[in-house]
Design a protein. Structure first.
Length: 488
């Protein structure tokens, strides 16, 4: 039996231009600058200009000039071009949002970067200070190459022996590699490098310290009672070594000074990324002032050369097919340039109105810097204020930074859910987390507070929260459980 069903489906499809605009909005300032450079390279009809060039263009091209639309005989798309649309100087942008505290000189100011030596290269350089034969040097260099960025040797000795034989033609044995590891690699700086696990890493660092009673005790604890130490079973350690709490405290203090990731401390092993704020908020005469980073407002215009090409085509009497193909290409590039300029304008407007709404929603915080005054705020609140889609607000908030008198902040950190206090008032979860963090910081570290007691304390402060919610907030704050916060 044949059945027919009629179904209605409502769907919304974004055009390629809308998708590209959403991607532009999502880009932070540095990524936007890179995207702009790529577009300038890919589209010769799009150009950046200085203020002097803009003035020259205004004199060179009279906006009152009229051009007749070419009416060709052949039916090709190029015949439909309205040349007036491309020959005007309207593309000189008048939408620039400049920051009051941003000058043209800032664009040219660059911080010199030192040519840093990488972590692994530094280890290889240190190998040159040891007297080794050719085979030993090859083995040592291979072992250094197997060390990860944290400074650990995660591969087994047997795996390295096999790999050296099959890939490097270096024939050795486990005993030789183990000897070179202990006598050479483990003597390199920073101390602890080349360790197979955390326990060995800590022992290597203790070995290189000046011997004292506390260092000797710390070494015994890590070597013999590592599991008890990591689980903070301090009573067991006191009984095991028949020591006082003060002696144990000093030994633990020495251990806490050690670096669990020796490779990570190397100054040249990481590239520090500077955060460029997308917005600036200042307090001027008791009022908030918002500006968009001037680097988000580039000066762009349509290429004068491409405009002249179209004029030449319009004036030409003999319009060949080849010329019409060239005009088709020019039209495509000009359309793309015009769209990109409009998209940047729309991006600026979207960023500014969204951040302006966030600033006014959290006015009390931006005025005083008191985190307890951050109000509950969700994406829909801002989307309703500015008339934008929630996804658009999310793109602005998730990747942008704002510079305030209280530091540079990631905008998404100002968004939080609301919870009721004992007065029935809406309070931000950020406020509750702030209070929870303060309570934990002020607790007696010899007897840390478990989650159920933390819940009781917050309830007494006017925030009735379940124990499981306390656990969730504690994890979000990257605070360990009570047992792991214990100190002597």
């Amino acid at each position: 039996m044949l059945k027919q069903n009629l179904q209605f489906k409502l769907s919304q499809k974004l055009s390629p231009q809308q998708i590209q605009l959403m991607k532009l909005i999502q880009l932070p300032t540095q990524a936007f600058e890179q995207r702009l450079k790529e577009e300038l390279v890919e589209n010769p009809a799009l150009e950046g200009s200085t203020e002097q060039e803009e003035l020259y263009e205004k004199e060179e091209f009279d906006p009152q000039d009229d051009y007749d639309e070419y009416d060709g005989n052949e039916s090709i798309e190029a015949d439909d071009i309205n040349i007036d649309e491309y020959l005007s100087d309207d593309e000189i942008p008048d939408y620039k949002l400049t920051a009051n505290n941003y000058s043209d000189d800032d664009d040219d100011r660059e911080s010199p970067l030192a040519a840093a030596v990488s972590f692994h290269q530094d280890l290889l350089n240190q190998l040159q200070t040891f007297i080794l034969n050719d085979t030993e040097m090859e083995v040592a260099e291979f072992v250094v190459g197997s060390i990860d960025d944290d400074g650990y040797l995660r591969r087994s000795i047997q795996d390295m022996v096999d790999d050296m034989a099959f890939t490097q033609g270096i024939f050795t044995d486990e005993k030789t590699v183990e000897r070179i590891l202990k006598s050479i690699i483990h003597e390199l700086e920073p101390s602890g490098v080349g360790a197979r696990d955390l326990q060995e890493c800590l022992l290597l660092q203790l070995k290189h310290k000046t011997p004292t009673e506390s260092i000797a005790l710390a070494t015994r604890i890590i070597d013999e009672q590592f599991d008890a130490f990591t689980k903070k079973h301090y009573e067991k350690l006191l009984t095991k070594y028949s020591i006082s709490q003060e002696q144990l405290k000093k030994a633990i203090s020495e251990i806490e000074k050690l670096n669990p990731k020796p490779g990570g401390s190397f100054s040249g092993s990481r590239v520090t990324e500077n955060i460029v704020p997308d917005f600036m908020i200042r307090v001027v005469d008791g009022e908030l002032e918002l500006t968009l980073n001037g680097r988000n407002a580039p000066t762009l215009h349509v290429s004068r050369d491409y405009q002249e090409m179209l004029q030449t085509y319009k004036d030409s009497r003999d319009k060949s097919a080849a010329q019409k193909d060239a005009v088709q290409f020019i039209k495509q590039k000009l359309d793309s340039a015009k769209w990109f300029i409009d998209a940047i304008k729309q991006r600026q407007e979207t960023l500014f109105v969204t951040m302006n709404a966030i600033m006014h929603f959290q006015y009390d915080y931006f005025l005083e810097g008191d985190e307890l005054k951050i109000k509950p705020m969700i994406l829909k609140d801002i989307a309703d204020m500015v008339g934008l889609d929630i996804s658009t607000v999310s793109r602005v908030a998730n990747s942008k930074y704002v510079e305030t008198p209280y530091g540079t902040k990631l905008i998404k950190e100002f968004f939080s859910e609301a919870m009721k206090n004992d007065q029935g008032e809406d309070v931000s979860t950020l406020e509750i987390k702030k209070i929870l963090k303060t309570v934990i910081e002020e607790e007696d570290k010899s007897k840390p507070l478990p989650d159920d007691q933390l819940a009781e304390i917050l309830k007494e402060k006017g925030y009735p929260i379940a124990r499981r919610t306390i656990a969730k907030y504690r994890e979000q704050l990257d605070i360990p459980v009570a047992r792991m916060r214990k100190k002597i």
